[in-house]
Design a protein around this ligand. Structure first.
Ligand code: FES
Ligand code: FE
Length: 430
């Protein structure tokens, strides 16, 4: 338990500024693992990643290694990836398939629901040694729930339901999933992973930050910087930042803060409409599934991205899922998964995989810009002389919308202020 009291934490975050210790102090990071990742609903994986009994993926809830597995019953389990004998991580691959999970060290073997089912050479154990003793199992975490295939888990025994945690932000998941003719998305295109020498909140804040786009991504997003066509049928980049007169024209697209620290950004003048045979085929499949009116509503792209605090982002425009894993106070891992719209033409998913490589691989044109900025922030924050960083942009222009949503012009920092409010709420709740 880290010795940081609530009254001190409250001095570090205000409506308009945050103390640099929040990004630099290792004790604060440890407390975040305990109070944010130890209490909140944290995204752990998608049901499509474990379609069959015996399928599993390894992931983390904060610092704690976990396994998302599919048991013979069909149910998904989230298990602590820790052997009940001496604590070794039982599974080490990012994903795999096995009917049993056998620890590499002394061979203790678990069923896919975490129950210990075999202990080799068991004649030296006392008579009252009980395989069913939960201390020897791969423990199930306290709570698991899913929404439209996205699986979340909570380490804490007590807390709100997933429904309450997501609140009105559930509609953002619906927005992406309802674009699929079959009403489901699948993460079946592999992933891209990168490590940032920076605090996890730099990446999370960036997902509420559209102020950086014309500058951080100038080589792609400026009027003359059309580096690539995102997808077949698109004219240049999909997001339109500037008007034909060269003025920033994105503010009207808006940005929203949702309860519990979630946020979303508007679609920057892009409604989703594309050209070409593939698009027409997709459109006809959508109409067949939903009818003309509902299909048009479902295909309308309303948001650029949606962040589910603390660790999941849906890139609605690029059709990708991003997962943020804090490793240490100054190291963060981010993984990107292209999302397949089930029932849509295969060519559309191939475009999304291609797009993920263009925007998020090591030699990509977009995320490399952001990583450079995150790492410069982490380095620059060590400079003495000013302890505070500013989130004042757009303050006072924030409107409360229906359902308790905050609304601001697109480049307002309202989404980040909303995240920091959630941060303080978690951090001051023991
Ligand atoms: Fe797993 Fe010994 S640590 S069997
Ligand atoms: Fe960016």
């Amino acid at each position: 338990m880290v010795a940081l009291d609530c009254s001190h934490l409250e001095t570090l975050v205000s409506e308009e500024r945050v103390h640099r210790d929040v990004y630099l102090d290792a004790d604060i990071f440890e407390l975040e693992m305990e109070r944010i990742f130890g209490q909140a609903w944290v995204y752990v994986g998608h049901e499509s990643m474990v379609p069959n009994p015996g399928d599993y993926i390894c992931a983390y809830i904060g610092s704690q290694p976990i396994v998302l597995s599919r048991h013979a019953s069909g149910k998904t389990h989230v298990l602590l990836n820790r052997c009940g004998h001496r604590g070794a991580k039982v599974l080490s691959e990012d994903s795999g398939h096995s009917d049993r999970f056998r620890c590499c060290y002394h061979g203790w073997t678990y069923d896919t629901d975490g129950r210990l089912i075999a202990v080799p050479m068991n004649d030296l154990y006392p008579d009252d040694f009980d395989l069913d003793d939960p201390r020897y199992s791969m423990r199930n975490v306290a709570a698991v729930d899913s929404y439209r295939g996205f699986v979340f888990a909570r380490l804490s025994e007590t807390g709100q339901s997933l429904t309450d945690h997501l609140g009105p932000a559930r509609s953002l998941i619906d927005e992406l999933v309802n674009r699929a003719p079959d009403g489901e998305v699948e993460l079946v295109g592999g992933s891209l992973k990168y490590e940032i020498q920076g605090n996890w909140k730099l990446q999370v804040e960036n997902l509420a930050d559209q102020y950086h786009v014309p500058f951080g991504h100038e080589s792609t997003a400026s009027r003359d910087g059309f580096q690539f066509q995102r997808r077949t049928g698109d004219a240049g980049t999909r997001a339109q930042i500037f008007s034909t007169e060269g003025e920033p024209s994105m503010q009207q697209s808006g940005t929203w803060g949702y309860p519990n620290g979630h946020n979303a950004n508007g679609a920057m003048n892009f409604d989703g409409e594309q050209e070409g045979d593939v698009w027409q085929e997709y459109k006809s499949r959508m109409i067949a599934s939903y009818g003309e009116k509902k299909a048009a509503q479902n295909m309308h792209v309303r948001h650029h991205n949606a962040l589910f605090y603390p660790n999941l982002d849906l890139h609605m425009l690029g059709q990708m899922v991003r997962v943020i894993r804090p490793i240490s106070v100054n190291t963060t891992e981010v993984t990107i998964y292209p999302a397949r719209l089930k029932g849509a033409p295969d060519e559309m998913f191939q475009d999304v995989v291609r797009l993920a490589n263009m925007t998020h691989s090591a030699t990509s044109l977009i995320q490399t810009d952001d990583v450079e900025s995150f790492e410069r922030c982490q380095a620059g924050l060590h400079a003495e002389g000013e302890d505070w960083i500013s989130f004042v942009r757009g303050i006072g222009m924030d409107n409360i919308e229906e359902d308790g949503l905050l609304y601001g012009p697109m480049t307002s920092e309202i989404g980040m202020r909303n995240q920091h409010r959630a941060w303080l709420g978690y951090m001051t709740t023991a």
